[in-house]
Design a protein around this ligand. Structure first.
Ligand SMILES: [Zn+2]
Length: 164
């Protein structure tokens, strides 16, 4: 199947909005800016205000220090208060474990007051077992997986994924 051929839909806490696909495409474009490394995924993130404006973006390792996409999107905000009530689009489930000692992105998203997270794919089990969605939901964040984008969200990570 060609990328983009799969029907788009939604699995999760809320119904899809007309702009979810547009923002996920922008998150995928961010992911493609990441430099691949063996030990971490290439992920992209877009942060959108309640009124539908893009307020930040990020991709894996954009900022120094082995940073993650969602972390970069939050760090690049001039005022963290604008993240309250916002929606984070991420090509992959936000992480729940950081071996580096940094705060996991799922917890940072909860702490920032983000209202909703839309993911393209769940984190594959190749590196660590990810519990990000559960942490988000327990923190009161709505989580939706936008279906139909899986292939394009995984494409920048072919170097990590095991194929059996
Ligand atoms: Zn992360």
């Amino acid at each position: 199947m060609l990328a983009g051929d799969a029907p788009q839909g939604m699995e999760g806490d809320s119904g899809p909005t007309s702009t979810d696909g547009k923002f996920m495409n922008l998150a995928i474009a961010e992911a493609l800016k990441s430099t691949p490394v063996e030990s971490a995924y290439c992920v992209g993130a877009i942060l959108v205000s309640p009124s539908g404006a893009i307020i930040s973006s990020g991709f894996s390792r954009e900022l120094p220090g082995n940073t993650h996409a969602e972390q970069c999107a939050l760090l690049k905000l001039h005022d963290r208060k604008v993240a309250v009530g916002a929606t984070m689009y991420s090509t992959m489930e936000p992480c729940s474990v950081r071996l580096s000692g940094n705060a996991p992105c799922a917890q940072s998203i909860v702490d920032a007051g983000i209202a909703r997270v839309v993911v393209g794919v769940m984190e594959p089990p190749d590196l660590v077992v990810c519990d990000g969605v559960r942490i988000l939901r327990e923190g009161g964040v709505k989580v939706d997986r936008l279906t139909g984008f899986e292939e394009r969200c995984l494409a920048p990570n072919e170097h990590i994924l095991k194929h059996s």
